[in-house]
Design a protein around this ligand. Structure first.
Ligand code: NAD
Length: 357
């Protein structure tokens, strides 16, 4: 197949890890007879420096016209001035909105060979394989009204947690679809004992669940879910939740895997290109040293193959090559090893080429 992929390497270690994911994708293309066309564009701090804005209309249009978008990371101390009229993260929010990606998928798997890198006790981590799905374009971060005013002589701040039924339904339907190909369990996380929006969320979860009798649905309050992620993460499969709850729970879940550098993410909409990026930031402390862990971005590229290009075998082959490299002891500095970013990718490509298919 032929696919057009827009690359947004961004800032800091972004360009270093995206370059490696491209090498991994090129290896996939040559092994399986595909042709991937890569178009590189600026986004984030580098775009502010060049164009005076974190995301240009042209770059957004190129992303919208692509089959998929692969992003590195944006931001860094150079653009940290809170009073600045544009910031790198604004480009990221505008990109998500412009692509209409309403669901953020973060798989968290703990590789057996890395169990000791996690702060949790090893016995809690065996078999952890969770997919957290966060609603990305609604909820508390986007509800209206929001802002500051003065009421009864007091300064007041307002945020609104608002959801339309269709916004909840589409992310739950995606959760059930993805659970069907996994352990067939959906944990819907809400705060239905307090919030009206959560009561609507739960009502729709029950309706969507009724259409998928083969999948077990459980409802868990967000405070209990936060506890369970630490006390019994192996019992969870697909977890789906509101925007802010998901923001917090996905960061909590990422700690399980040992290093930020390991974890991928995908943001998907109804149709149109998906947006794929590692969960880590631009890591200014190690940028330019060639030691960043490329695995989060390479696994994001595997998600791109699966979700945007429907290349399941290719995605699984790349994921297995990553797992095999880790199993064989390949480690970048964040995992206590000494491989460079490029050497780690070389090992993964080597395992992919030598895998039996
Ligand atoms: P960070 O994720 O960049 O770094 C946190 C720590 O993890 C650092 O010690 C870093 O060296 C390490 N780390 C991160 N990725 C790594 C990798 N691939 N390999 C090895 N080590 C890795 O978070 P931060 O330091 O809080 O933020 C730095 C900048 O990134 C800020 O400007 C922030 O706004 C931005 N940021 C961007 C995104 C994004 O682009 N989606 C996400 C988070 C933070």
């Amino acid at each position: 197949m032929q696919a057009n992929i827009v690359l947004l390497p961004g800032d800091g270690i972004g360009p270093e890890v995206v370059a490696e994911a491209v090498r991994a994708l090129e290896a996939v293309a040559s092994l399986f007879g595909h042709s991937f066309v890569f178009t590189e564009r600026l986004m984030g701090g580098c775009s502010i420096d060049t164009f005076g804005t974190s995301l240009t209309d042209e770059t957004l249009a190129d992303c919208q016209a692509a089959d998929a978008v692969l992003l590195g990371a944006v931001g860094g101390p150079k653009w940290d001035d809170p009073a600045a009229k544009d910031r790198p993260e604004r480009g990221l929010l505008a990109l998500r909105k412009g692509l209409g990606v309403f669901a953020n998928l973060r798989p968290v798997k703990v590789h057996p060979a890395l169990i000791d890198s996690s702060p949790l006790k090893p016995e809690k981590l065996h078999g952890v394989d969770i997919l957290v799905i966060r609603e990305l374009t609604g909820g508390l971060y986007f509800g209206w009204p929001k802002g500051r005013d003065v009421k009864d002589g007091r300064e007041r701040a307002v945020d609104t947690l608002e959801y339309y039924d269709y916004e909840i339904r589409r992310v739950l339907e995606l959760a059930f679809r993805l659970a069907a190909g996994r352990k067939k369990k959906v944990t819907s996380v809400d705060k239905a004992n307090v919030l009206e929006s959560s009561r609507l969320w739960r009502q729709i979860a029950i309706q969507v669940g009724a259409q998928h009798p083969e999948i077990t649905l459980e409802h868990v309050l967000v405070d209990t879910a936060a506890m369970r992620l630490i006390t019994g993460p192996a019992w969870m499969d697909v977890v789906v939740t509101e925007n802010m709850f998901g923001d917090i729970l996905t960061d909590e879940a990422s700690v399980l895997a040992g290093s930020m550098g390991m974890l991928p993410s995908a943001s998907l909409g109804a149709n149109g290109p998906g947006l794929y990026e590692p969960i880590h930031g631009s890591a200014p402390d190690i940028a330019g040293k060639g030691i960043a862990n490329p695995i989060g971005t390479i696994l994001s590229a595997a998600m791109l193959l699966r979700h945007s290009l429907s290349l399941e075998t290719e995605a699984a082959t790349l994921e297995q090559a990553v797992a095999q490299a880790i199993h064989d002891g390949c480690r970048t500095a964040d995992l206590g090893g000494s491989l460079t970013t490029r050497q780690m990718t070389d090992e993964i490509i080597h395992h992919m080429r030598n895998a039996e298919r």
